[in-house]
Write a protein of this length. Sequence first.
Length: 317
Amino acid sequence: MSLSALTLWRPWAAAIAHGTKRIENRTWVPPRSMFGQDIAIHAGQRLDADAIEDVAADGVARGPLTPSTATMWVGLVGQVWEWASQSDAFADVVGPPRMPSMPRRAPAARRAAPSWADIDALLAECSRLEWLRRLVLVLRCTGLRVSQGIALDWSDVDLEARTLMVRTGKSRQEGAGRVVPLAPVLAREMAGWGRREGRVCGGSRVNSIGQITGGARHAIGRRWPRVELTREVREAVDAQPFHSIRRAFVSGLRAAGVDDEVRGALVGHAVGLTSDTYTTTSALWPAMVDAVAKVPEVAPAAVGFETRRVRSVSASK
């Protein structure tokens, strides 16, 4: 019996094999013949010239490269090659690198962030598509990545304790999952979201090869143009329509006086954090709870149908 194997660099092999990295949202696509098949996950330890050349060839094969992308690929290969040539384990396999000096890339300009009002205007445009409105609202009030918002299950939500379990992420600290406090405004909205089974947002999903399906990107791409924005924010939104909502969360909390460490704990940034940051017993937890309490109420025009229905029923009692 033969079994195909996928060789991955550490630590990703262990993360995928043990299920701690459940969702892959990048664009690598396996051969169609492998869909639904079993594979072995191999944590490769040897590095040779052929492997490095394969990495470079893969970058070129993706299509025409911009100067910045080409510089990145060549720089990456050069750094790995130089490290290998000086390593006791690989020096006999990989010779000294022969590479001309490469120009350094200019630092990327910081993208402008939408305001809370901008996100609320987007929510109003999503009012006729409830699953999309839910997704945008969750991202607005939590700073989650879009793949995390789509993967969010009702079993991850504790409305009574006002906590949210985030089970996927990119940083090392997020690998085993993390707990974040729910903003009061989001907890109140979610209380009116009907049957609490399966995915919280629905309507879209991440398939077995890590691609977002169900029309989320197309739907958000049709609604952002309807929102009046400054030129700088428009450029940022056009480049990253979902990530701009995460950026709005971080920017809004910064303006509200929330410090870097607390913002980093809420959104899962790795800088300066420890695994203890992601539990309710962390010393940062009270500050995290105070921070999400500063997420403002949703503008009246952006309140969804389900929430309006709950409020009207409550008012009639």
